[in-house]
Design a protein around this ligand. Structure first.
Ligand SMILES: Cc1cc2nc3c(=O)[nH]c(=O)nc-3n(C[C@H](O)[C@H](O)[C@H](O)COP(=O)(O)OP(=O)(O)OC[C@H]3O[C@@H](n4cnc5c(N)ncnc54)[C@H](O)[C@@H]3O)c2cc1C
Length: 450
């Protein structure tokens, strides 16, 4: 049976481990050079920072996952540093150091994870401005900081975690500014209790930052990133409505995560709008079987944001579903236990969404002159003009006429905000403007690969 697994994060590692345990040797692909995914990202092999320094409280989990990944990589057909850029006609189309290849498959598990979700604002394209995840990747992957005096803003649990990690690494933290109101976090507490250890860690990061006198504010509205040649700080409105400025030599921002769904789209999965993630997601059953695409399974953050623990459980569950669908005997008790764990973690995820709501109102009123699509230098005003000028009332049509989302990132960075801008301009619900269709190649690749 030819099985492929895309992604070597927590979901992919556990999926491959389960397949191997049942006698299936999958082709296992990840564009990163080393397995671990986003949360357990590993630096190059010759780096010497300890797991404790890299992953903090998660060091034990990271080391366990890395051991499992290394063991699985030795037994699977593992292809690191390899990008899957298309899925078509029952084959993956990949590009790596060895060149390009089409890999036919009978069944595929997509464990492609997530990326940051941003909302453009004046100054966001200046050097010295990063996403929160990008700032963390620099620290974890290369042991470098984005600046000496760093300002972090946006919302979500990563906001506080990354500020904590930067402070521990020796950076001065200019401020941690959250768009979500403190009251939202208090109201979400009953749901957050579904994962007490995770909640306790979050509270610890907050308390640690507070104890060191780091300036932290909630309910803020970011207005513009300061600076002309490079980032120099943030101008924002505080919760009381006062204008404020804070100087910094680097800025990182983000508003939660968005699932990487392009490959699922190209594989023919059916999509539905998900209110919690405020995103179109592939429809899956409890075990991760995709609706609409035979022999495709989804696991981890790529199927909806739920965090690393859920990703591990979902990866194993999807592999067991794949095996069972092909007549391989699997433990029903194990399947049920994984599903129970996933249900509990989804309650926690709902709590996070309530505690750190995506500030859609900011996306909907991005100023006309602000660059929305940085790849093609398209402003929010140009996108809005495309509605009146050529009746672009749907995201794909608006993309075709304005070029917003047509560049290198294929809308992965600006697509969510572009949809908000369109829906606000048209005065219709966000799902009314449709879903940006994925196009190959899903990420840039050398021309010779085509
Ligand atoms: C930048 C970033 C930092 C994060 N840091 C933390 C953190 O510190 N703590 C925390 O709790 N959560 C963090 N998260 C959330 C984290 O993503 C999840 O908790 C967890 O890693 C999800 O596991 P996963 O296996 O679903 O996906 P991931 O860990 O994201 O793994 C997905 C893998 O798929 C690969 N991939 C994707 N597309 C392709 C393709 N087309 N071809 C080949 N390979 C592909 C990627 O290279 C990646 O290795 C972070 C998320 C992001 C985006």
């Amino acid at each position: 049976m030819s099985v492929v697994v895309i992604g070597a994060g927590p979901a992919g590692v556990r999926a491959v481990t389960a397949l191997l345990a049942h006698g299936i040797k999958p082709v296992w692909i990840d564009e990163a050079p080393r397995a671990g995914g986003q949360i357990y990202r590993r630096p190059p092999q010759n780096f010497r920072r300890s797991a404790r320094a890299l992953y903090g409280f998660e060091a034990g989990k990271a080391e366990r996952l890395h051991r499992a990944a290394d063991d699985a990589a030795a037994r699977a057909d593992y292809r690191p540093s390899t990008l899957v850029w298309d899925i078509a006609d029952g084959a993956l189309h990949v590009a790596g150091f060895a060149g390009t290849e089409a890999i036919p498959f009978e069944a595929a598990i997509l464990a492609t994870g997530a990326t940051d979700r941003i909302i453009p604002l004046p100054g966001w394209t200046l050097p010295g401005v990063y996403t929160l995840g990008g700032a963390q990747t620099a620290l974890k992957g290369q042991a470098v900081g984005i600046g000496k005096r760093c300002l972090f803003f946006g919302t979500g649990p990563l906001l506080y975690l990354i500020a904590y990690q930067y402070a521990r690494a020796g950076a001065e933290i200019a401020a941690v500014l959250d768009t979500s109101p403190a009251a939202a976090r208090r109201a979400a507490l009953p749901l957050l209790l579904a994962n007490r250890p995770m909640l306790a860690k979050g509270l610890y990061y907050l308390a640690w930052l507070r104890a060191r006198g780091v300036r932290m504010e909630s309910g803020i509205e970011p207005l513009s990133i300061l600076g002309s040649a490079t980032a120099a700080g943030l101008r924002f409105r505080d919760a009381a409505g006062n204008m404020q400025k804070i100087e910094a030599d680097a800025v990182a921002f983000g508003y939660g995560l968005r699932s990487e769904t392009q490959l699922a789209d190209l594989a023919g999965c059916r999509f539905a709008f998900d209110e919690t993630d405020r995103q179109w997601l592939s429809e899956v059953d409890m075990a991760g079987r995709a609706v609409g695409a035979r022999n495709i399974y989804l696991a981890g953050d790529g199927a909806g944001i739920a965090g690393a623990e859920a990703a591990e459980a979902a990866g194993e569950r999807a592999a067991l579903a794949l095996l069972a669908d092909r007549g391989v005997g699997v433990s029903q008790a194990r399947c049920q236990s994984l599903e129970r764990r996933l249900a509990r973690l989804r309650r926690f995820r709902a709590g996070l969404a309530a505690a750190f709501p995506f500030p859609a109102h900011l996306a909907r009123r991005i100023g006309d002159e602000t660059i929305l699509c940085r790849c093609e230098a398209v402003s929010a005003g140009t996108l809005r003009a495309s509605i009146g000028g050529i009746d672009a009332t749907e995201v794909n049509r608006a993309k075709a006429f304005s070029r917003a989302g047509m560049g290198r990132c294929q809308g992965r960075v600006c697509g969510a905000a572009a949809a908000e801008v369109l829906s606000a301009a048209l005065n219709c619900p966000i799902d009314g403007v449709g879903r940006l269709r994925s196009q190959p190649p899903v990420k840039p690749l050398p021309v010779e690969a085509l």
